[in-house]
Write a protein that binds this ligand. Structure first.
Ligand code: SF4
Length: 225
């Protein structure tokens, strides 16, 4: 497996842990507000090869033994489960970030994970505006995660238009009974659709209101605003 990016140390990508972060190229969505456009659209390199990544991770394992695999969309790479198994075999704790569009791949990865973060981006009918009609897969992934044994979070970037009070109610129905839902603030920068650079983020107060709505559906709501 190979990676488009490698961040040796992050304080924000694994809950309460210092982690290394690996970025895969390519995505099966086209969120207009995405700020990873260079990864999503035809990334042609340079790449970090698996052996070099593993060597670097092992050199620093005494200090950082948590690894996050993110994207793009990591589950698009058929080599992902084997790579996660390898990380686990070397003693790392592993988190996967996913948009949930590949439930079969997610199932294959789960035995080698310690934590999953899945995006729940908006209501099901709005997913067409993000580039997919395949909402069955989104719901299948939500249910796999909810019914599984792994620690997890569903998370949502509060993008105006895609996330409003009425949308949050529908998202609450999608994840009803989940352990944890996270709202994070939208930062308009380097967006895939340049118009989204001009979108003013919701106020913190508005996002707190979303959290109160979601609180009726899940055990715990976390704000990263
Ligand atoms: S925001 Fe995430 S899911 Fe959406 S296009 Fe960007 S990388 Fe893909």
């Amino acid at each position: 497996m190979r990676f488009a990016g490698f961040q040796k140390t992050s304080l924000i990508d694994y809950p309460d842990r210092v982690a290394s972060v690996l970025f895969t190229a390519g995505c099966n969505l086209r969120c207009p507000y995405c700020h990873n456009g260079e990864l999503v659209k035809g990334y042609a390199g340079p790449f970090h090869e698996e052996e070099a990544i593993i060597e670097s991770l092992l050199e620093r394992k005494r200090y950082v033994d948590f690894v996050v695999v993110t994207g793009g969309e990591p589950t698009l790479d058929p080599e992902l489960p084997a790579f996660l198994e390898r990380l686990r075999g070397l003693g790392f704790k592993v988190k996967l970030d996913t948009n949930g569009l590949k439930p079969d791949a997610l199932r294959e990865c789960m035995p080698f994970l310690d934590y999953i973060a899945m995006d729940v981006k908006t209501s099901l009918e709005n997913y067409a505006s993000l580039g997919t009609e395949d909402t069955d897969s989104i719901m299948e992934s939500i249910n796999i995660i909810k019914d599984g044994e792994l620690d997890y979070e569903f998370r949502c970037t509060a993008v105006p238009g895609f996330v409003e009070t009425e949308t949050v109610q529908k998202m609450g129905e999608m994840v009803r009974g989940a352990k944890k839902f996270v709202f994070q603030q939208y930062k308009p920068e380097k967006t895939l659709d340049p118009e989204y650079n001009e979108v003013k983020p919701h106020s913190e107060e508005t996002i707190r209101g979303f959290a109160r709505v979601m609180d009726d559906y899940v055990d715990k709501v976390v704000l990263r605003v």
